[in-house]
Ligand binder design. Structure first.
Ligand code: NAD
Length: 468
């Protein structure tokens, strides 16, 4: 049972205060700091993922019609990988890092000692509800914190399953799930936390940051944005088309934070790109994609209506070159390509987060840089080219949370790379060791003996002491 169900009918500010007190008491005992506790919790999370794969796939299917392969590969396997990596590396991550000291304090030594922040809050989003909830939990536990997780109410089956499973598998004196929506989140946000880790949209990101500011609580904000794909003409067109499709529709039907949001290519190359993408879309999803089982559905009617509004914008009338069919009863919209949409159309002014993919055209591929840099900084930016100079310029000149060349989305799977945004796509990062770091304070420690006590630092401050 989740905290909201087990402890009280309504999870209000008083219940939240009680919960934080309880967790703070646990944290203060020092249990969560021990290597053994961290390992036992990580092993249990791994066990949970292994023993409940089918339940998780069913919950994800119920919330999003997520195809089983996507649930296993994009959510459960990535979580397992994070647990395994943390278990393998934990001793090394926890070890103090010796650093050079200074002659001014000779003899001495210095070290950076990671310590847990304390009691942390993780608020997660609905689109990858299992991974986005538990991947930060792996980092928080590895770093030795007590944790409250607030999953998204928009994916209720996965939320309640996680609440049930975490209660069963993890130490409930230090790890709690609070289910609920805005009132419950607000009750939690009123509390003093030692760190808040939020995944979701920037509007709520601002609410989270304002609440955190009251207590000077540090935050990680994992947000979104419009992630561009720049497509040059000297490419393997089929591979590029397939990889764009995989990163867009193959990732929760475009409802992914790093899904390609729009393409920029040259006027000359656009027809070839459209033709190839059409062909590959048909190869992957058939002639009637509203019937396929290989696409997640739109999560709910609100999001379906939001996407419909983007398509109904007069400014893009006649711009659909592929797809556009929709069925509200199934909450499904076919993979849709739009060509030459105006930059002031609705679809180009907000994050799409769905199966629509507009294509902008430019005279020269280099002109795409100004378009990308004129918007807010995206979470991801993609480039398809064989041109070495263009790759170098893209990496140097495009500011984004992450960049992938001749690929989409998969940079997220590389645990040695930090995952996070910049500017309006977020702040802070996680994955691999970066998850441990996100939930650790790096404490500066100086060790001295009683030797080498220099009289010149003490009063009286005579002129002679200035001559150093
Ligand atoms: P969401 O609606 O599930 O909201 C996220 C969390 O915020 C939920 O737990 C929800 O309960 C809480 N919330 C919602 N409104 C609130 C309010 N008014 N006050 C307090 N809390 C509130 O998810 P979403 O925001 O629709 O998620 C989609 C967005 O998240 C997109 O912008 C996407 O790009 C971004 N995203 C980013 C990442 C990343 O890792 N950077 C991952 C997934 C999604």
């Amino acid at each position: 049972m989740s905290e909201s169900e087990s402890d009280s009918e309504v999870f209000d500010a008083a219940a939240a205060t009680e919960l934080v007190k309880k967790l703070r008491r646990s944290f203060t005992t020092g249990t969560t700091r021990s290597y053994e506790w961290r390992v036992s919790q990580l092993e249990s999370l791994l066990k949970l993922s292994l023993e409940h794969e089918e339940d998780l796939c069913n919950a994800l299917h119920s919330d999003l019609s997520k195809p089983v392969l996507e649930s296993i590969v994009h959510e459960i396997a990535l979580l397992k990988g994070s647990c395994k990596l943390a278990l393998k590396e934990l001793r090394r991550w926890m070890a103090p890092e010796k650093v050079k000291s200074s002659i001014t304090v000779f003899p001495s030594s210095a070290a950076i000692v990671p310590e847990p922040f304390g009691v942390v809050l993780i608020i997660s989003a609905w689109n990858y509800p299992f991974l986005l909830s538990l991947d930060p939990v792996v980092g928080a536990i590895a770093a030795g914190n007590a944790v409250v997780l607030k999953p998204s109410e928009i994916s209720p089956r996965t939320s309640s399953l996680m609440a049930k499973l975490l209660e069963k598998y993890l130490d409930t004196s230090a790890v709690k799930v609070v289910e609920g929506a805005v009132p419950e989140t607000n009750a939690l946000l009123e509390q003093k936390w030692d760190k808040i880790f939020y995944t979701g949209n920037g509007r709520v990101g601002r609410i989270v940051m304002a609440a955190a500011a009251k207590h000077l609580t540090p935050v990680v904000l994992e947000l979104g944005g419009k992630s561009p794909v720049v497509v040059d003409s000297d490419i393997n067109l089929q591979v590029a088309s397939r990889r764009i499709i995989a990163g867009k529709w193959g990732c929760n039907n475009g409802q992914a934070c790093i899904a390609p949001d729009y393409i920029i290519t040259t006027k000359e190359f656009a027809p070839k790109l459209v033709e190839c993408m059409r062909q590959e879309l048909e190869n992957f999803y058939g002639k009637n994609p509203l019937e396929t089982k290989d696409l997640s559905r739109i999560v709910n009617a609100n999001h379906f209506d939001r996407l419909t509004r983007l398509l109904d914008d007069d400014k893009i009338s006649g711009k659909i070159v592929h797809g556009g069919e929709k069925d509200k009863s199934k909450l499904q919209i076919a993979p849709t390509l739009l060509l030459d949409v105006p930059r002031d159309s609705l679809i180009m002014t907000e994050e799409i987060f769905g199966p629509l993919l507009p294509i902008l055209t430019v005279d020269k591929v280099e002109d795409s840089f100004d378009i990308v840099n004129s918007g807010t900084k995206p979470l991801a930016a993609y480039l398809f080219t064989n041109n070495k100079k263009l790759k170098e310029r893209f990496v140097a000149c495009i500011s984004a949370g992450g960049v992938a060349i001749n690929e989409t989305a998969l940079h997220l799977t590389i645990s040695t790379l930090p995952f996070g945004g910049v500017g309006e796509s977020g702040m802070g990062a996680y994955h691999g060791k970066f998850s441990f770091d996100a939930f650790s304070h790096k404490k500066a420690v100086l060790y001295r003996s009683f030797a080498g006590d220099a009289p010149m630092r003490y009063p009286p401050y005579t002129k002679g002491k200035l001559r150093i």
